[in-house]
Design a protein around this ligand. Structure first.
Ligand SMILES: Cc1ncc(C[n+]2csc(CCOP(=O)(O)OP(=O)(O)O)c2C)c(N)n1
Ligand SMILES: [Mg+2]
Length: 544
């Protein structure tokens, strides 16, 4: 057995079944070890996509996704994915190659200090210096990636260590991770606070979406009957409970959901992670904030909770729920605002204009998606509209990135969702800008014979930035581009493509694409004049 084979058996020992990546000379021993293992090597066309896929695997399953590259250029292509997983708290293990460490037959050819590059982008970055250390290092890497707050780790396997005979080192078995539950004193304090609140409101943040938390969280909300809103990444974390849903804070202030937030005297912030664009601004006045989290909140200018309940969130909420159930006369104090807020949000969702308005697009997508269908967003203007307007009923059915907020992750994350859930409808929604950043992965999706629809919203522009540019009073400059004919582009990738030609075209186009199966591109021209009309003019007037 050599170092690469020992590493692969250590990965098997962690329950890894797939690795996403792209080969290079320096990881050939690893590729060969994988060929002879139980692990499937899923080849992507760019390392960045492999990292986005591995991170999404971690996000959706709670178990680290694994990606593999060669040294230098290949490893550097992982950096955006590493940051995506670090800011988004997604467990991921990255394995990169390197030239031999014991000799330098190629001098500095392709050598970049990847461990140093990865250090600020990961929870841990290590070079493997001897096969003997592998079992412990791999176990430590997985433990660290998975444990709260989850994130990426990096292991570098130099090619001579990969080829070196490995001792018969015993592997270390993974053990279940159970976290401590909140301290009784903290539970007492939280109980007192919630009992005396006059207008309580629950906020569900990014960490509320951890796959294992969904049941306990849904149960807590049902028991307390306190209305809730969510941050963008907290969307969909409560199953059912829709009669308590007050909206999504896609903007930081002045949106209709802020009518409730501004009136609350207590906000129970569950799992808020300040990597997200602030869902509201805390100031010297305003509500008391109780932070419920796996870890203490990071104190920021705009988020400084007054009280904390720290510990494994599910079991801690269960204890809190037991103490409070049926004892909250004011639980529903803010509920009367709900109808008005949701009516405003739903306004003009069926407007008959072509090109389509963002509201209409969200509406039609919701119609085409069953409750458990998964929508994976890239980053662009439509993200705000989907966050605000798309209603979710099942946990993790709207995957968006409000942490690194990188363009290019839409298609790779949808590929991963489709691999994990072949029985569900999966839709990637991308702008024409973001789609082109990882369009090469259409080939991957086709090769893997996935069922997946990619909706491209076409405005021939970096629409989101164009909107900000206009809002800031700058002239229109540097924001527009041309596009390939996306229908022909689809055909060239051996898949179907269709273009929405009229206002009633989107819903049937999506339906037909899903019914046909395979990978399908649907192109829809979008009219972004609503950005200004609603998000600036209407909301400014509302704030006054
Ligand atoms: C990798 C990366 N580069 C640049 C940005 C800044 N940015 C955010 S949204 C956006 C425009 C996206 O354009 P498109 O994908 O066409 O979506 P649209 O807003 O037009 O719907 C840009 C350039 C980013 N978030 N990520
Ligand atoms: Mg665009």
């Amino acid at each position: 057995m050599n170092g690469a084979e020992l590493l692969v058996s250590a990965l098997e020992n962690e329950g890894v079944t797939q690795i996403f990546g792209l080969p290079g000379e320096e990881n050939l021993a690893m590729v060969e070890a994988l060929r002879r293992s139980s692990i499937e090597l899923v080849v992507t066309r760019h390392e960045q996509a492999a990292a986005f896929m591995a991170a999404t695997h971690g996000r959706l399953t709670g178990r680290p996704g694994v990606c593999l590259t060669t040294l230098g250029p290949g490893a550097l292509n992982l950096t955006t994915g590493a940051a995506y997983a670090l800011l988004g708290a997604m467990p991921m293990v990255m394995i990169t190659g390197q030239k031999g460490v014991l000799s330098r037959k190629q001098a500095r050819f392709q050598v970049v200090d990847i461990v140093a590059t990865m250090t600020p982008l990961t929870k841990m970055a290590r070079q493997i210096i001897s096969p003997v250390t592998l079992p412990a290092l791999v176990r430590e890497a997985f433990r660290m990636a998975q444990q709260e707050r989850p994130g990426p780790v990096h292991l570098e396997l130099p090619e001579d260590i990969a080829a070196e005979p490995a001792p018969d080192a015993p592997l270390i078995s993974p053990h279940p991770i159970e976290m401590p539950i909140a301290h009784p004193a903290a539970l007492d304090r939280a109980t007192a606070m919630i009992s005396t609140a006059e207008r309580p409101l629950i906020m569900l943040g990014a960490a509320a979406n951890r796959p294992r938390l969904s049941d306990a969280l849904s149960d807590f909300v049902r028991r307390l009957q306190i209305p809730f809103f969510n941050t963008q990444m907290g969307k969909g974390s409560v199953a059912g409970g829709s009669e308590l849903y007050m909206g999504t804070a896609a903007l930081s202030e002045r949106d209709y959901v802020h009518d409730a937030i501004d009136r609350a005297d207590l906000i129970i912030a569950i799992g808020h992670d300040t990597v997200e664009k602030p869902p509201f601004f805390m100031g010297p006045k305003g509500p008391t904030v109780l932070h419920v989290g796996y870890l203490p909140a990071t104190v920021e200018e705009v988020f400084f909770p007054h009280v904390e309940l720290i510990g494994d969130v599910g079991p801690s909420l269960q204890l809190l729920g037991q103490r409070l159930e049926g004892k909250l006369p004011n639980a529903g104090a803010l509920l009367p605002l709900r109808e008005g807020i949701l009516e405003h949000i739903a306004a003009r969702a069926e407007e008959s204009r072509y090109p389509l308005t963002p509201q209409r697009i969200v509406h039609d997508v919701r119609q085409a998606m069953p409750e458990d269908g998964i929508v994976c967003l890239d980053n662009g203007m439509y993200k705000i509209w989907f966050a605000r307007n798309y209603r979710t009923h099942v946990a993790n059915t709207l995957l968006l990135d409000n942490a690194l907020a990188t363009m290019g992750a839409g298609l790779p994350s949808a590929i991963m969702a489709a691999m994990l859930h072949p029985d569900r409808r999966v839709l990637a929604v991308c702008g024409d800008g973001g789609f082109m950043m990882n369009a090469q992965e259409l080939e991957t999706a086709h090769r893997l014979q996935l069922s997946l629809v990619v909706l491209i919203l076409e405005d021939d522009a970096f629409g989101m930035i164009r909107w900000k540019q206009e809002a800031d009073g700058y002239p229109d400059f540097g924001m527009t581009f041309g596009n390939p004919d996306f229908v022909t582009f689809a055909k060239a990738h051996h898949m179907e493509g269709s273009r929405v030609e009229g206002v009633d075209g989107l819903a049937p186009a999506l339906e037909a694409a899903f019914a046909r199966g395979g990978v399908h591109i649907v192109v829809a021209p979008v009219d972004y004049s609503e950005n200004r009309r609603v998000l600036i003019d209407e909301l400014s007037a509302h704030a006054v």
